[in-house]
Design a protein. Sequence first.
Length: 334
Amino acid sequence: MDTHQRAKNMALARGEMLSFIILCLILLRLEAQLQFGFYDSICPEAESIVKDEVSKAVGANPSFAAALLRMHFHDCFVRGCDASVLIDSTSSNTAEKDAPPNTSLRGFDIVDGAKSRLEEVCGGIVSCADILAFAARDSIVLSGGLSYQVPAGRRDGRVSTAQETNGNLPPPTFNIDQLIQIFTLKGFTQEEMVTLSGAHTIGVSHCSSFSSRLYNFSSTMSQDPDLDPTYGAELMQLCPQGSTTNSGLIVPMDPYSPNSFDTAYYNNVLANQGLFTSDQALLSTDITAGQVIEYANNTDIFYADFAAAMVKMGQIEVLTGSLGEIRSNCRVIN
């Protein structure tokens, strides 16, 4: 074989290898994409079963809507949206759900109920991670928010450790810079951070999450000066000094329409009646304060932005294709 032919063969080989690499990258990209209507042909009842279970739970106790929305958020911000927050601890491992930020999570039984029914209808098909994404959307709609399509095809993770919640879940004490930093690490813009904060328009909180604003804010003042004094006095009545998570005392995050997914949250922030330090922090910059004002005055814009942000959140570090697994029991790795 002459030098010219050998060079030609090498060029062909390199071309074939490059084509193979490009094909693999394309397939990998396709595999990593979630799809709208993912279960239409393989489990057509998937979304309706989840909606039915969520509807029954929220109908009996409206606060479960916020609980399921919060669970999806806490799942996605740790290891991505892989349902790792649902896994039970074992004698050799403390799972995410038993980390301090997650011990107040509720709604696990609702997910279990949906999963049990789905396994009867189409076993081994619908992931727990997708159930969480559907349940969050359904919770928003049942509370009066905007419906949106949820792309699906997530698979369930096989790892869940309490330590990984550290630094991944924003606490209620964060200031604006800390909020922007942690949301940026998850791929969100500053605007999307303000949007997702609007989830606090529904739900309740334990007194311990904000009591420092009432009784021991700093060495020079007992109460946070950014907290409306009248609202602060009301909170002190609901949360006597020394209240802890174990005391069972809770207050609505939006005192005026706690079960309605609306823009009252942003009006509360403007009135210095944001429950958490992280809520009131949204007024700390001109840009974030401007967005708070916009949402307070335009429900339609907030609804549309929130739906888009939820779809984006539901795609954080997802497992798809052959990655992960489809758990038969959301609490236990297969």
